[in-house]
Design a protein around this ligand. Structure first.
Ligand SMILES: [Zn+2]
Ligand SMILES: [Zn+2]
Length: 415
C-alpha cells in the first residue's frame, strides 16, 4: 500500500470517529448563532469552506454529524448577512473581543526538541519554531511538524491566567461572566469576551488594547519614574509595588529582572553594564527600596539605567498574545466543543475557577476505547494518567485518544 493510501485510510477512519462524536455530543453554539459566519475544513483537503451560516443550534449539529469536518470555526463577529459571499456584503454589526495564547508564539526551550520545519522550495530544514522566511532561499512555503508538549501548554496556561486575572479582570474591569476560556485543542488557549460595551470596538481600538497588554510604547516617566530635585541633591522616585495597573506591574517586573540577573547573563551594553553590576551586589536591599517607590537604592544608578531595566521588564511581564487574532474583527475562531483535526482533542471550554487545575491531556479527551496503529515516530507523551512512547516504526496498541492524536499528527497510520 502506498503512503498516500495509508494516510487516506487513516483519514477515513478519523472522519468516522469525528462523525460519531458529533452524533453523540451536543456542541455549544456561540451566542447569536444566526449572526455568525461559519467555516469548516475537511479530512483530505487543505481548503476552508466558509461563508456558511446556521439559523439555530440544531442545524449546526446536523451539519457536523453529516459532514464530519476535521476543523470547525465561527466568526468572532456578528453580521446581518453572515452567509454573504463577500465580506463587505455581510454587514458587520460588532465583534467579540478575542485573544489567542499559543505556544507557537511563546519562547519555550523545549520547542527545539519537539518541533521541526522544512522549506518546501529548497529543502532547508531546522529544529524549533518555523522561521517566517526560509533563511536559505527566502521562500515562505515552509512545512512544520509541531508537537504539543506539557511544558509548552503549561507555559501557555500561565500566560492565560495572567491575561485573564491581571489584565481583563483587574485592569479592564471585565466581569467574570463575560469571559469564556477555551482550550484550543492543540497548543494554546482562546479567550472570548462577549460584552455589549466592547462589541463595536474597531481595529484601532483593539490594537490599543493589545498594546496595553503587551506594554508597547510604555514610557516609564508617565508611570512616575522621575528625577526630582530635593534641596541640594537629586533623587529618583518611581512607582510603588502596591499601585494598580502597569505601575505595580513594572516594579514587580524590574525586581524580577534584577533577581534573575547575574554575571552570566548581564547585558553587555557598555554604557550601563557597570551600573547594573552595582545593583546586583545587594539585590534584596534594591528590592525593598523599589517596593516603596524609592528608585535610588544605590548611588550612581541614573534614570537611564532604570529605563533600560524597565524595557527588559516589560518584555518579561507583558502579555504574550497573538496580535492578529485580537485585532482582526472578521476572523474565524475555533468552535468551542468541536474537535481539533490536528489532535482529535476537544476544543474544550474551561470554567474560570478551574483554570489552574485544567489538564488538557485529561480533560480535553473525546474518545474511549483502544486500537492498534503503526507509529512511524513519536516522542514520549501522556494521555490521562498514562505515559506512552517514544515510538519508532512499531505497531502499538493504544487508548483511542492517544491513537487518534498520532493519526491526526500523521505520526502513525492505521494498521
Ligand atoms: Zn528555502
Ligand atoms: Zn514544548
Amino acid at each position: 500500500m502506498s503512503i498516500e493510501d495509508k494516510w487516506a485510510r487513516s483519514e477515513a477512519y478519523l472522519k468516522n470517529l469525528f462523525r460519531k462524536y458529533y452524533q453523540e455530543n451536543r456542541v455549544n453554539p456561540p451566542s447569536s448563532i444566526e449572526k455568525r459566519e461559519f467555516g469548516f475544513m475537511f479530512f483530505g483537503s487543505q481548503n476552508m469552506m466558509r461563508h456558511l451560516s446556521f439559523p439555530d443550534a440544531e442545524s449546526l449539529q446536523r451539519f457536523l454529524a453529516f459532514r464530519a469536518p476535521s476543523n470547525a470555526f465561527h466568526s468572532a463577529a456578528y453580521y446581518a448577512r453572515p452567509d454573504a459571499a463577500r465580506m463587505d456584503e455581510k454587514i458587520w454589526e460588532g465583534c467579540d473581543l478575542v485573544f489567542d495564547i499559543d505556544a507557537d508564539h511563546l519562547k519555550t526551550p523545549c520547542k527545539e526538541m519537539h518541533d521541526k520545519w522544512a522549506c518546501q522550495s529548497c529543502g532547508q530544514s531546522g529544529v524549533g519554531g518555523k522561521p517566517e522566511k526560509c533563511p536559505s532561499c527566502g521562500g515562505q512555503n515552509i512545512d512544520e511538524k509541531t508537537w504539543l508538549c506539557e511544558t509548552c501548554l503549561e507555559t501557555a496556561k500561565n500566560e492565560l491566567i495572567k491575561l485573564v486575572e491581571d489584565y481583563l479582570i483587574t485592569d479592564f474591569g471585565i466581569s467574570m461572566d463575560e469571559i469564556r476560556v477555551v482550550f484550543s485543542g492543540h497548543r494554546g488557549y482562546h479567550v472570548h469576551v462577549t460584552s455589549d460595551t466592547l462589541l463595536d470596538l474597531d481595529q484601532n481600538a483593539r490594537r490599543e488594547i493589545i498594546d496595553y497588554i503587551k506594554g508597547v510604547g510604555l514610557e516609564p516617566r508617565y508611570h512616575g519614574l522621575v528625577e526630582v530635585r530635593e534641596e541640594r541633591s537629586k533623587i529618583i522616585r518611581g512607582p510603588r509595588v502596591d499601585e494598580e495597573g502597569w505601575r505595580g506591574r513594572l516594579v514587580k517586573g524590574v525586581i524580577e529582572t534584577i533577581q534573575l540577573m547575574d554575571e552570566s547573563n548581564i547585558p553587555q551594553e557598555r554604557k550601563i553594564k557597570n551600573t547594573l553590576r552595582s545593583l546586583l551586589k545587594d539585590k534584596n536591599r534594591v528590592e525593598a527600596s523599589l517596593k516603596e517607590g524609592i528608585w535610588d537604592p544605590v548611588r550612581g544608578v541614573g534614570v537611564e539605567a532604570w529605563e533600560y531595566l524597565v524595557r527588559l521588564a516589560v518584555e518579561r511581564v507583558g502579555g504574550k498574545i497573538d496580535e492578529p487574532v485580537t485585532a482582526d474583527v472578521r476572523r474565524l475562531i475555533r468552535l468551542p466543543t468541536s474537535l481539533h483535526g490536528k489532535t482529535g482533542f476537544k476544543v474544550c471550554p474551561v470554567p474560570l475557577r478551574e483554570l489552574s487545575s485544567f489538564d488538557p491531556f485529561k480533560h480535553a479527551l473525546a474518545f474511549k476505547g483502544d486500537t492498534t496503529v503503526h507509529v512511524e515516530e513519536a516522542p514520549r507523551f501522556r494521555i490521562g494518567e498514562e505515559e506512552f512512547g517514544p515510538f519508532k516504526n512499531e505497531d502499538v496498541e493504544l487508548p483511542l485518544p492517544a491513537a487518534v492524536l498520532l493519526l491526526c499528527k500523521r505520526a502513525a497510520y492505521l494498521k
